[in-house]
Structures are given as structure tokens and as C-alpha cells.
Design a protein around this ligand. Structure first.
Ligand SMILES: [Mn+2]
Length: 358
């Protein structure tokens, strides 16, 4: 690290195995809806944890408007109900925060000016959570973090044995971004290039607009990616597209990683994001899709990214992202109930009348 000013040396030399800390990088030391804290560096303190919330407050990879570094805290805190670590889900009949052991590791310390150090720390934190038996749920942060997120999960699940379900307005498969390999426009290409995930088990839903350019689409086709552009989603219906995606995602893979870029939703319903693209899913469609995925597909990791509170209005986007996390956790809790010996109050058909047979 010669040539750097001495003042920066301690930061750069910070050991990469510094996986996190039991607090948050920006704002008060709060956990996701009041769930207990966990110290990733001390696994015995969180043994038995099913879900590990990890904050990734990094926006150094944005190509346009930054601000997603404030996403984790907004997703943790934005809810009109008490932060009492209980959320009984009406349609599913499960309480994910009670039935699953959910803990919050706080934020990984990710200086947005040092991309490589930040991503290395995050990958290690995700891997540690997986190794301890938890499903990591990473709160972004810009989409650059999908690279360490899915890599950390693949290291545990099996290299190339992980499929990806990716909701986004953008493919994020660029070769470089302003000449850099790392950024929120390139993580999906890096993941496929490294072999962490399979290109032919990579499902993208909600693409639209005016990017990427034809050369990148050629590369995506070569990898045998399956990308559902919004016109196909509208024409066939989201449910039919999801059913096809699930068939591919569960073929010859151990588990799936779910990556939700909040800009997949129309900017009218998710204005707080850095690169808004008109014409997206409704908030309702995204919640239903995430719930269905968690109910039907074995998930090994999740991230929710690109919530940028400085551009939000009335916390619309933060409320939605908070519910995206809850729908995922509720679906996981429902799946475990239905597959276990005691279904409890889990409702076999969420579409049935709420108070049927009472
Ligand atoms: Mn993205």
C-alpha cells in the first residue's frame, strides 16, 4: 500500500476478516423490527438462528444517483407497527419473526470509497452467516453487493450449484462500468464469470427500458440466461413467467438466491431509488412474487437493494422494501410449517376466505 498518505493506511490495512459489528453504520443502533442482535464474530451467541439480517450500507458502485447507503436503516425502521419482533401474516397464518429465529448482525462496515475492501468484508459476513446455518438476508446498499452476497452463499451451498432469481429493471450484466469491473451495473456478469452461479440457471424478471446495449445481450444469450422483459411479463402474466422461472431455477441446483432490486417496481410506487425506469411492476406484484418464491423455492440467501432514502417520498419505497423482506420471511416460515410435522395455523391456501371454517 505504498504511496498512500499515512492517515489512510490503517483503514486500508483493516483486516478483511473484520466481518461486521453489533451496531449500524449510519443512524441509531436499531435492529430489523426489533429482532435480537447478533455478533457474527461470535457464532456461539447466535447458534440456532434461521435468518441473519445483514446491513450493507454501500453505494460506491452507483452509476447515477447515490444514497443507497442509507437503505439498510430505512428498511429496518420503516413500519407503522411496534418494533416488537412479531408480525403475524394475515394470508399465510404464520408469524415469521416468532416462528423463525431471526437475528440482526448490524451493518458490515463498508466505506463507499473502498469498493474491494467493502465487498470482501461483506462476502465474509455472508459466508459466516451461512456456515452458522442461517439464511442471510442482506439489506442494501446498491446492487454491487449482489456479487459478494451470492458468492458468499455459493461458497457454502456449492460453487455453481446456486441459481439466481433476479428482479430488476436492469440486467446488471455490463462488462465494465466507467472502465471498472465492480459497480452496480456489472455484478451479474462477475457472478457468472467466476462460476459461483450458473448462467443457464440465472432468471431475470422485470427488465425494461434502454439498457444494456446489443453486445451485452449477445453475452447474456451466450450464457443461456433467461431474462423476462416487462413486455413478456405483461403479455403472459407474471405468474406464468414465475412458474417457468421456478422450473429452471430448481433444476440441478441445490438452492436459489433471490436478489430484489427495488427499481423493478414502477417509480410511481418506488420513487426512492438511484436509477428509476418507468413502466415497472406494481408493489403488489412484487410482494406476491417474493412470497410465492419463498413458499415454493428453497432459498439460501436474499438481498434487497437500491433503496435510496434521499429520493424517497413519504417513505413509500422504504415501506415497500420492509414488506418485501417480511413477505420473504413469511413464505419461508410457511414452507417450513407445511413441510414439518406440525403445520400450526399455517393456512394451506392463502387465497381462501380469511375466516373460513370459523
Ligand atoms: Mn440492479
Amino acid at each position: 500500500m505504498s504511496g498512500l498518505l499515512p492517515a489512510f493506511v490503517s483503514l486500508v490495512n483493516d483486516p478483511p476478516d473484520t466481518v461486521g459489528r453489533v451496531s449500524t453504520m449510519y443512524g441509531p443502533d436499531a435492529t430489523f423490527l426489533g429482532v435480537p442482535k447478533a455478533d457474527l464474530a461470535n457464532p456461539s451467541s447466535w447458534s440456532g438462528t434461521d435468518i441473519m439480517i445483514i446491513g450493507a450500507p454501500f453505494d460506491g458502485g452507483t452509476s447515477h444517483r447515490p444514497g443507497a447507503r442509507f437503505g439498510p436503516q430505512a428498511i429496518r425502521l420503516t413500519d407503522y407497527l411496534p418494533h416488537d419482533a412479531s408480525r403475524p401474516h394475515l394470508a399465510l397464518g404464520v408469524d415469521p419473526l416468532v416462528e423463525l429465529a431471526v437475528a440482526d448482525a448490524g451493518d458490515v462496515t463498508m466505506p463507499s470509497g473502498d469498493t474491494e475492501l467493502s465487498l470482501r468484508r461483506l462476502e465474509e459476513a455472508v459466508y459466516q452467516a451461512c456456515r452458522g446455518g442461517a439464511i442471510p438476508v442482506i439489506l442494501g446498499g446498491d446492487h454491487t453487493i449482489a456479487l459478494p452476497d451470492a458468492t458468499g452463499v455459493a461458497r457454502h451451498v456449492g460453487w455453481g450449484r446456486l441459481s439466481v432469481l433476479h428482479f430488476d429493471a436492469h440486467a446488471d450484466t455490463g462488462d465494465t462500468q466507467f472502465g471498472a469491473l465492480l459497480g452496480h451495473g456489472t455484478p451479474m456478469r462477475r457472478l457468472i464469470e467466476s462460476g459461483a452461479v450458473r448462467g443457464d440457471r440465472f432468471l431475470q424478471i422485470g427488465l425494461r427500458g434502454y439498457w444494456p446495449e446489443p453486445e451485452t445481450l449477445d453475452w447474456m444469450a451466450l450464457q443461456r440466461m433467461r431474462s423476462f422483459e416487462m413486455t413478456e411479463v405483461v403479455s403472459r402474466g407474471l405468474d406464468a413467467c414465475l412458474t417457468e422461472a421456478f422450473t429452471i431455477a430448481t433444476d440441478a441446483c441445490e438452492a436459489a438466491f433471490l436478489s430484489v432490486d427495488i427499481d423493478v417496481v414502477d417509480p410511481g410506487m418506488a420513487p426512492g431509488t438511484g436509477t428509476p425506469e418507468p413502466g415497472g411492476l406494481t408493489g403488489r406484484q412484487l410482494l406476491d412474487a417474493v412470497r410465492r418464491i419463498a413458499m415454493e423455492v428453497p432459498l439460501a440467501g436474499i438481498d434487497v437493494v437500491e433503496v435510496a432514502p434521499p429520493f424517497d417520498h413519504a417513505e413509500v419505497t422504504a415501506f415497500l422494501a420492509n414488506r418485501v423482506v417480511l413477505e420473504a420471511l413469511s413464505g419461508i416460515a410457511w414452507r417450513r410449517r407445511r413441510q414439518g410435522t406440525d403445520p400450526g395455523r399455517a393456512r394451506p391456501d392463502p387465497a381462501a376466505p380469511l375466516l373460513r371454517d370459523r
